[in-house]
Design a protein around this ligand. Sequence first.
Ligand SMILES: Cc1cc2nc3c(=O)[nH]c(=O)nc-3n(C[C@H](O)[C@H](O)[C@H](O)COP(=O)(O)OP(=O)(O)OC[C@H]3O[C@@H](n4cnc5c(N)ncnc54)[C@H](O)[C@@H]3O)c2cc1C
Length: 400
Amino acid sequence: MKKTISIIGGGPGAIILASELDPKKYSVSIFEKNTALGRKFLVAGDGGLNLTHSENEKEFVSRYTPKDFLTNAFSHFSNKDLIAWMNDLGIETFVGSSGRIFPKKGIKPIDVLKAMEEKLKQQSVKINFKHEWQGFSETNELIFKTATGNKKIKSDLAVFCLGGASWPVTGSKGDWLTIFKGKGIDVIPFSASNCSFKIEWPKDILKSIEGKPLKNISVKCGNKIHFGEVVITATGIEGSGIYPLSPQIRDELNKKNEAKIFIDLKPDLSFDEMIERISKPVSKISYTEHVVKQLNLNKTQIALLKSKLSKSDFLDPGILVNNLKNLELTIFSLGPIEDAISTVGGISLNEISEKFELKKLPNNFVIGEMLDYDAPTGGYLLQSCFSMGKFLANHLNDRA
Ligand SMILES: Cc1cc2nc3c(=O)[nH]c(=O)nc-3n(C[C@H](O)[C@H](O)[C@H](O)COP(=O)(O)OP(=O)(O)OC[C@H]3O[C@@H](n4cnc5c(N)ncnc54)[C@H](O)[C@@H]3O)c2cc1C
């Protein structure tokens, strides 16, 4: 006889899992509190749906903090496998200039979601909308709040795919932490990742720097450096150039209540090259104009430098270049979870087996962003959810 499996939550992790479970072995039901699947998946697509990245396996897996829990799942269903899976659904992809992988131009996020939903249909997955999971009954049945009152569901297996806590308007609120805690499962409070970072800018320069990008820079925190671009906001800094440093910044904030970052505004020029350029004779222009011209500085860079340096420091080539290569900024907190791209926190990785089964609640599994791990933007978040979902589907198909 077929086994019953309840999948709670309807994001990308749940969708691939449900569509890859063998319908001859399992009767599969998804329970989603919203009236539609994949709301966060669609939000993720707003600025271009970055499905995965084209890096090789070793580099790819090194992006996760920690990484060991995902190594098997990724080897089993890698970025190449995800691309092939998408292609099978009729979703062609392309590699962008930064190595990130997107659906081909003209394919919208909703088209990708529809293609995945079509696969669920072909696999006879039952989808129950407006079913909000509330917890377990005394006999470990799943309790759902529905329009017609609470409902208890008994199934052979349950997989939780409830997502993290960022962008709660999409449905993933992380409000289930207390339910698992009540079962004696170790949970970690959520905090923002791939988020904005709060900096108190000097009032006199704010007007000239707010909303301005810093392009082609490197940002360092602790022993990690990342190259890219950031945007200055009224209250801090954000962007793909700093997101990958989220774990280091969070760590420093936890330890010291502040985190130091160091920006190299000119990573393509060495210290000596810059000194050589500004040491050329100045003719008919002010020294500031000379520096701007020789080093190709923009107004935002100048404003940042001037807020840090006294006039005499600015005129000292060594101090000036040091600050251009090592502009120190102090982050005093993470931005709000509501606006973050992802979160860390959730179910502790110590609580799951290699196959994502809860050690204290056998036959119950947890996958996706509800687990306590960190990944930068660049397609790593979605890839991890897809890898875990496919890996678990294959494991459950084998064990049925
Ligand atoms: C602005 C933004 C941009 C992003 N861009 C990218 C990107 O370009 N590339 C990338 O890789 N990642 C991106 N992400 C991250 C990515 O969208 C998530 O990591 C991914 O959606 C997580 O998938 P999941 O299946 O774990 O959970 P989710 O997608 O969060 O899905 C969880 C589902 O569970 C449901 N649910 C929650 N609680 C209950 C309950 N009690 N009962 C029933 N259902 C419930 C929710 O309604 C939701 O549908 C972005 C995220 C955001 C917010």
